[in-house]
Design a protein around this ligand. Structure first.
Ligand SMILES: *Cc1c(COP(=O)(O)O)cnc(C)c1O
Length: 378
């Protein structure tokens, strides 16, 4: 039972991105369900191609991959988590390679790179997100150039357009972690990246109810290599997860629009709050990379990092006093979440009192009231 792809009927050339998100990946055969059903099956009766779910996937992968591949302009490969997608890309890098990472970067990626430093003799260079000349220089020598923009949690925007256009070493890979930007605010492949990665756990799923990841490769050969790595590692997403991720994508444009509008309001107000000393939000004019954000991003995102006056205990106090905003890690969901980032390992470059707020889709005045009461000095 082969699935009839919907790409013949739909093209992103003739649709707005919002319509594509809602309609791509659906079968157009008479009698087909509008949504690919959740299918709890590990194996299939032989003779029709699909044999074993780890290898050929359960129905549902294609839909998710079609929506995201079409959106970002490449070959999407879905994974069991964002880190599984990153690991599949790192899997393509040989022994004794040179790897360049941003100084502000998702800690799991740094930990994976450091594990490879020990096991596979990789050399790691960390470059400031804003040091464009430094990135361009290293593009000529590195085997893997890894960018994250906006970065976690300082929300610095790299000059991706310049860096991705710099001459690279043959056989090297330039990857961009696009999780914070979402596929709506940034399309790294169009800027010249080889591969874009998402933790679908965040904005794509959008409801804190799944783990998932997607890598989108410009070159079909890299896409095929990532698929092979997925099969070998068994880093395959489950049927329920691809269903939820695809369902999340249907509302991504609406969720992002609202959460982003909320974030813009909250960032402005936090910047004027007497108990807050520094607000980092790419949409604020005084953000160090506001110019790059304006040029490169369709929206400034939903994450705000800010420093609370006082010491770590004062910042913890704010988190504990919040009633509507959840004191929880992760980001990109319908509900707002907040945490003090310095509690995590490998965050030594951050102020002790830095809180990372992921703004959700609640009513903005309720969010502000909650923040304001939690920030009030006792
Ligand atoms: C969460 C996250 C990851 C890892 O994704 P998982 O789904 O947790 O494995 C990678 N990069 C960024 C920027 C993230 O926020």
């Amino acid at each position: 039972m082969e699935r009839t792809p919907s790409v013949d009927a739909l093209s992103l050339d003739s649709l707005s991105v919002d319509s594509w998100l809602v309609s791509a990946g659906r079968e157009r055969r008479a009698g087909a369900p509008l949504n690919v059903p959740i299918m709890p099956a590990s194996n299939f009766v032989l003779g029709a191609g699909r044999m074993y779910a780890r290898n050929e996937g359960v129905p549902g992968w294609e839909a998710l991959e079609e929506v995201l591949g079409g959106l970002e302009g490449g070959h999407a490969v879905s994974f069991a988590s964002g880190m599984a997608a990153v690991a599949a890309i790192f899997d393509q890098i040989p022994m004794n390679a040179l790897l360049v990472l941003p100084d502000d970067c998702y800690q799991g990626v740094v930990a994976l790179a450091e594990a490879n430093q020990i096991r596979r003799g990789w050399r790691i260079e960390r470059v400031a997100v804003t040091d464009t000349a430094g990135w361009v220089r290293r593009c000529a020598a590195a085997d893997l150039i890894w960018l994250e923009s906006p970065s976690n949690p300082l929300l610095e925007v790299a000059d991706l357009d310049v860096i991705c256009a710099a001459p690279r070493r043959a056989g090297s890979i330039l990857g961009v972690d696009n999780t914070f930007a979402t596929p709506l605010n940034q399309r790294p492949l169009r800027l010249g990246a080889d591969v874009s990665v998402h933790s679908a756990t965040k904005f794509i799923g959008g409801h804190s109810d799944l783990l998932g990841g997607v890598a989108i490769a410009r070159d079909p050969a890299l896409g095929a290599d990532l698929r092979r790595s997925r099969v070998l590692a068994g880093a395959t997403p489950g049927s329920l997860e691809v269903f939820l991720a695809t369902r999340g994508l249907r509302t991504l444009a609406l969720r992002l629009e609202r959460a982003q509008r909320n974030a813009e309001v909250l960032a402005e107000r936090l910047a004027n709050h007497l108990q807050v000393s520094c607000v980092r939000y790419p949409g604020l004019r005084n953000h160090p990379t506001h110019a790059a954000a304006r040029r490169q991003l369709a929206g400034y995102g939903t994450i705000i990092s800010f420093d609370v006056n006082g010491a770590a205990g004062d910042a913890d106090g704010v988190c504990n006093r919040l009633r509507l905003i959840q004191h929880a890690t992760s980001l990109g969901a319908v509900e707002s979440t907040i945490e003090r980032r310095a509690v995590h390992a490998g965050q030594g470059h951050l102020p002790e009192t830095l809180l990372r707020l992921s703004v959700g889709i609640e009513a903005v005045e309720d969010l502000w009231e909650d923040l304001d009461q939690a920030l009030a000095v006792r």
